[in-house]
Design a protein around this ligand. Structure first.
Ligand code: ATP
Ligand code: ZN
Ligand code: MG
Length: 485
């Protein structure tokens, strides 16, 4: 490791007479590591360290230098990073070159040589340097699991069920006019289809969510960038988010040209529109849990309110799925119930067991599905050795999947219909959520209503007489489809 930092501090006036005092000061404060030279009103500082990070030493010195010069009625105006040479040792040898903003990076075996030049003072104060180093380590680490699939391990599988048909329910519903595509990956549900979705929702709420004591909340559909920076969504899936722009103004005069062009062209002039919009600072809900955590930020939960059990069904989730869309099962806007649980490890283990038991009841006894459960672990987590440790056995995601007869092959063609996750302390830490005494963990479970519906219809068909009795209790008959000529 080597950190060689050169920077210059602008003084409020010339101060060459203080050179000797400075030499003594640097020797006392940083031994051999720091050297400084005053030229006119500039103090040139060079810090070379093999143990500590030089930028930390500089920040440490800066406050004390302010006092030293202050005694002589000289102020420090700003600090500029002239050149920073860093050499660090990586865990693994990079497979290929990488690029990061603000720095040049070269590799020599496991050694990374980083060069940062000519940067303003926020660079030092805001700790960009440590984040650049972390980013380099992360990018090299990522080269080792790029393209690898998540690890998937079957936990449980139901018996085979005789399928009622092997057609694609989305296509069939479209033929009957029950659903209509409204732009990219967004569907309009006419009464028969809507009633099936609502029946799914009712089952989830009455058979799973309410019996386990989850309480309903209502949240905004917009999610701020601050929230997504904390949860990691903005760095994890920036390409799947629908961004929201505010207008620059609501005054109609400001929109006059836009409206005039619209009246003449009968279509939107995109360039004119963009002139009237602010850059986005938020996006449409991607999953409901981030806003739930944000609502609890900084709070201390009373012991007798643990575990905290809440659920949301107020907002749809939007995702830019691009090429992957299919029917109502992979869409750009879908409807989920998301439940969130915050409590001790023991409480979360118990909630997960109870959830699985209730879900099992729904899939076996109400929807009568052919389904299975699998433990899934993203590849990078396996690599990091996080999986396998006993306490971390609890962490992770269980996917619930159903067979889709219309896609054929029973050994392969399964669809994730929901999941149950325990994320450990990641989110409670990110949002600073605490308890009086207990160590908190959290997790969530997202029930995809379109996915439940597709799984059910793909296996049971659209003819109500083939539907299980227990389901018909929730939907005794389908509302009639309006007739169109
Ligand atoms: P997939 O691997 O299918 O893209 P995901 O891992 O992105 O799913 P999660 O973020 O874990 O999904 O969301 C949880 C649940 O949300 C899924 O189990 C599913 O029910 C639902 N879901 C996610 N994406 C979609 C989509 N594009 N259309 C419909 N439902 C979805
Ligand atoms: Zn979630
Ligand atoms: Mg996805």
């Amino acid at each position: 490791m080597k950190f060689d930092l050169e920077c210059s501090i602008t003084l409020s006036k010339e101060a060459e007479n203080l050179q000797e005092e400075l030499n003594k000061f640097l020797k006392d404060m940083a031994g051999e590591e720091a050297r400084g030279e005053i030229r006119g009103d500039k103090l040139h500082l060079r810090v070379v360290s093999t143990k500590k990070r030089s930028h930390q030493i500089v920040l440490f010195l800066y406050k004390r230098l302010a006092m030293l010069f202050g005694k002589n009625r000289i102020g420090l105006r700003d600090i500029h990073l002239d050149r920073y040479d860093i050499e660090i040792e990586l865990d693994k040898e990079p497979i290929k070159e990488i690029e990061v903003p603000y720095a040049k990076v070269e590799f020599d075996g496991k050694k990374a040589k980083i060069l940062i030049e000519n940067k303003g003072e926020e660079f030092l104060w805001e700790n960009y340097v440590d984040r650049i180093i972390r980013l380099i380590r992360e990018k090299v680490e990522r080269q080792y699991y790029e393209g690898k699939k998540e690890y998937w391990q079957l936990i449980w599988q139901s018996e085979e069920k005789k399928e009622a048909w092997n057609k694609d329910p989305s296509e069939e519903m479209q033929k009957r006019g029950w659903i209509k595509l409204m732009g990219k990956g967004k569907w309009f549900f006419f009464p028969p289809a809507a009633s099936i979705m609502r029946a799914m929702e009712k089952i989830a709420i009455e058979e799973v969510v309410k019996p386990l004591g989850f309480k309903e909340i209502i949240q905004p559909m917009h999610v701020s960038f601050e929230t997504w920076i904390k949860t990691g969504h903005l760095e994890g899936m920036p390409g799947e988010i629908y961004y929201i722009c505010e207008p620059k103004s609501r005054e109609i005069e400001e929109w006059e040209k836009f409206v005039d062009l619209l009246k003449i062209k009968r279509k939107v002039d995109e360039a004119e529109l963009m002139k009237n919009l602010k850059p986005p600072k938020e996006g449409v809900c991607y999953a409901q849990c981030p806003n739930i955590y944000a609502s609890l930020a900084g709070k201390t939960i009373a012991e007798d309110s643990l575990p905290l059990l809440i659920f949301d069904r107020s907002t749809p989730s939007d995702r830019y799925e691009a090429g992957g869309k299919h029917g109502i099962e992979r869409v750009d806007e879908f409807h989920r119930i998301e439940i969130v649980y915050i409590g001790t490890k023991e409480q979360l283990a118990e909630i997960r067991e109870k959830l699985i038991e209730r879900y099992r009841y729904v899939f076996d006894d109400i929807l009568d599905l052919e389904w299975r459960m699998a433990k899934v672990t993203p590849f990078y987590l396996q690599q990091a050795g996080i999986v396998g440790k006993e306490e971390d056995e609890l962490k992770g995601t269980i996917d619930f999947e159903a067979w889709l007869p219309y896609r054929g092959d029973r050994s392969k063609e399964w669809l994730e219909i929901q999941n149950v996750s325990i994320v450990g302390e990641k989110y409670v830490k990110a949002f600073n959520i605490k308890a009086q005494r207990s160590q908190l963990w959290s997790g969530c479970s997202g029930i995809g209503l379109e996915r439940w519906m597709v799984a059910f219809l793909a296996q049971k068909g659209l003819e109500t007489e083939n539907w299980p009795k227990a389901f018909k209790k929730y939907l005794p008959e389908l509302p009639e489809m309006p007739k169109f000529l």
